[in-house]
Design a protein around this ligand. Structure first.
Ligand code: ADP
Length: 321
């Protein structure tokens, strides 16, 4: 569930119900350590947004959680199972947005969803009827009007919505979305955000998504994780993260035709003092809180500059698989 809907955050959640539990995740490609001790926990109904610069290891992390990649070290538990050893029934509970259907250019969205949905039918439960009926799904992702079009004639936005439909046709409990809105126009983005809200609110779906769009992260996330140099360097709400950086507000004003700007952690106190000192001379006063973008850039910069290269004693080369 997302806070953006104006309900109490966590109202639908069962805090005890842990969906993802990752400890000490390490991933080495050749001699390049991409993940260096990632700890990650997610609870049912949460929308967690994973941020990080290109090459930070976001896709690698998601692929490990999906069971598509074997980590070098660490423990991974997703829906109470090790994704590498999980069975078909587990797979039916997890939604992954892939793009493999693009080979089926002559199919229509309706045929494709009917076809893929059939695989999930044996895994239906009383709480989670599977698959989602095709008409309902087409409506949910806004593709009803294009239901009978050949896939090769769909627009970029429609294709991505179909990707999402394929990811949720099995009514997943946990959904992984790797840059789901890359290339979307603002309208398509807004519709996609509403879709994520619907999935979390109506279905209690837990969502892990990556994006480079910080406004999107702010809109969707119950919790934001920032991955830099192979570690989670920040974990919290957008507001909580903004409070972590030193100067969390910027005060701007003009006086005598001159522009001024001052960064402060105590905007109220500063403004009070400013107005006391210049009771009638301050104009165009503006207080701007640190945005998620400011916070993100500051945290990533700080971690890229710090020396995190050493492999911890507890995890030397011997222990890496
Ligand atoms: P992100 O999704 O954050 O951009 P990735 O997980 O895709 O990051 O990649 C992290 C790093 O791992 C990159 O430097 C990438 O080149 C490297 N990498 C990813 N997959 C492989 C692979 N199969 N073999 C070797 N290096 C890889």
């Amino acid at each position: 569930m997302s806070a953006a809907l104006g309900e109490a955050v966590g109202a639908h959640r069962h805090p005890g119900e842990r969906v993802v539990d990752v400890r000490g995740l390490w991933m080495r490609y050749g001699d390049h350590d991409v993940l260096r001790g990632v700890d990650l926990r997610m609870h049912r109904g949460e929308v967690v947004v994973l941020l990080g610069p290109n090459g930070a290891g976001k896709t690698t992390t998601i692929e490990i959680l999906e069971g598509f990649r074997r980590p070098s070290a660490g423990t991974v538990e997703v829906l109470d199972a090790d994704p590498l050893r999980a069975d078909e029934a587990w797979r039916a509970r997890v939604g992954v947005v892939l793009q493999s259907w693009r080979d089926h250019a002559r199919w229509t969205p309706r045929d494709l969803l009917d076809h893929l949905g059939a695989y999930y039918a044996p895994f239906a439960t009383e709480q989670r009827p599977r698959p989602v009926p095709t008409e309902e799904l087409l409506d949910l992702v806004g593709l009803s009007a294009a239901a009978h079009q050949r896939l090769l004639t769909l627009s970029g936005g429609q294709r991505r919505r179909l990707d999402v439909a394929v990811g949720i046709v099995g009514r997943p409990e946990l959904l992984f979305l790797d840059e789901p809105t890359a290339g979307f126009d603002p309208q398509a983005k807004r519709e996609f955000h509403e879709l994520v809200h619907r999935l979390t609110d109506l279905e209690g779906t837990t969502v892990l998504l990556t994006t480079h769009d910080l406004t999107e992260a702010e809109k969707l996330a119950d919790r934001i994780l920032i991955l830099a140099r192979g570690r989670i360097v920040a974990d919290g709400s957008a507001d909580g993260l903004a409070r972590r950086i030193r100067a969390s507000a910027e005060v701007r004003w003009t006086r005598g035709g001159q522009r001024f700007v001052h960064a402060t952690t105590d905007a109220t106190g500063f403004v009070r003092q400013l107005l006391d000192e210049h009771p009638s001379g301050v104009e165009e006063l503006e207080v701007r809180r640190a945005s998620l973008e400011d916070t993100y850039l500051e945290l990533v910069r700080a971690h890229l500059e710090s020396d995190l290269d050493a492999v911890p004693d507890s995890l030397d080369g011997e222990q890496l698989r």
